[in-house]
Design a protein around this ligand. Structure first.
Ligand SMILES: [Zn+2]
Length: 308
């Protein structure tokens, strides 16, 4: 369990919901985390005493979450190249797009198929899949991101409500690249993805790993807590339980080596350290060494799952 001093947690926000994975109401606040990217506000991270799952407490209602995504520094949805961290991010993104498209082709065993990218951001992955010969559908709730994808790639992305318009078994693969941790209706969406996949279809989830080396190193300053945008904080065993509850079994778990560097730099920046890039590189290197020995220490993991 990550460490982090519990203090200054807003009374209203300290009320944790029942555990979304096992339903237990035996839940405790284990740390408080600050939103360094957008609001500067502090939120509790809660842990289930029964199964150990971690999740953000005191989360704003869905209708109020939009303002927590509005920042030039929240680069998941932006396309700026300012600053060293952003430049490195964009270089890694170029490399990772190739890795991700290769992964989908490899594990589906298909050179051409139908993929749904849910939470597609600005559409880079959907565009990459089209470039390599796949039919790609993309769903993205953000208006600005959808407009970007249309302007730059000519991709007409859909909104989440449009999912009901797809026939069952429509896709060979559904991908969520660092998205599931943002989704409030976790179980409904998992059922929906299962319905949309063909009988031998694959669900690919990329998620931060709260049991990673860097998560333990930074405690409550770990940037990938990313409250309140990250609602759920998964350990590998949590993802397997969630998958099993919705009829999925694990095919492969793969480490994402670059994320430790990026998250470590952002963690250093968030806690106001001097020379955050150098410090982040040092911690990222240490994390990479640990991950080489044990992939479950990786900052983020890709889970390839199939319907049972
Ligand atoms: Zn639980």
């Amino acid at each position: 369990m990550p460490t982090g001093e519990v203090k200054d947690v807003d009374i209203v926000r300290s009320a944790c919901r029942p555990c979304p994975l096992c339903g237990s109401e035996a839940v405790e606040v284990v740390m408080s985390c600050t939103d360094h990217f957008v609001s500067g506000e502090t939120f509790p991270v809660c842990a289930c005493k029964s199964c150990g799952f971690h999740f953000t407490g005191g989360v704003p209602a869905d209708g109020e979450m939009g303002r927590y995504y509005q920042s030039c520094d929240y680069i998941s949805h932006s396309d700026t190249s300012r600053g060293l961290v952003n430049k490195a991010y964009h270089l890694v993104r170029w490399f990772m797009l190739r890795e991700k498209s290769g992964l989908v082709s490899h594990f589906t065993g298909k050179r051409h198929g139908r993929v749904l990218d849910y939470g597609a951001g600005t559409g880079y992955f959907a565009n990459r899949m089209k470039q390599v010969g796949w039919e790609a559908e993309a769903v993205e709730p953000g208006d600005a991101a959808r407009a970007f994808a249309f302007a730059h790639f000519g991709i007409k992305m859909r909104v989440p409500d449009d999912l009901t318009g797809f026939a069952p078994g429509s896709f060979d693969c559904v991908t969520l690249w660092h998205v599931l941790e943002h989704i409030s209706d976790l179980h409904d969406k998992m059922d929906c993805f299962s319905r949309l996949l063909s009988a031998d279809g694959l669900l690919v989830l990329a998620l931060p790993n709260r049991t990673s080396y860097d998560a333990r190193h930074y405690g409550n300053a770990w940037a990938a807590w990313d409250v309140p945008r990250h609602l759920w904080h998964f350990a590998p065993s949590d993802v397997l339980r969630l998958g099993k509850a919705h009829g999925f079994s694990l095919v492969e778990m793969l480490p994402m080596h670059f994320d430790a560097f990026y998250i470590s730099m952002m963690s250093e920046k968030g806690r106001g350290a001097r020379l955050p890039l150098l410090r982040g590189l040092a911690v990222g290197t240490a994390a990479l060494m640990r991950t080489m020995a044990n992939k479950e220490r990786s900052s983020s993991l890709i889970y390839v799952m199939k319907k049972k």
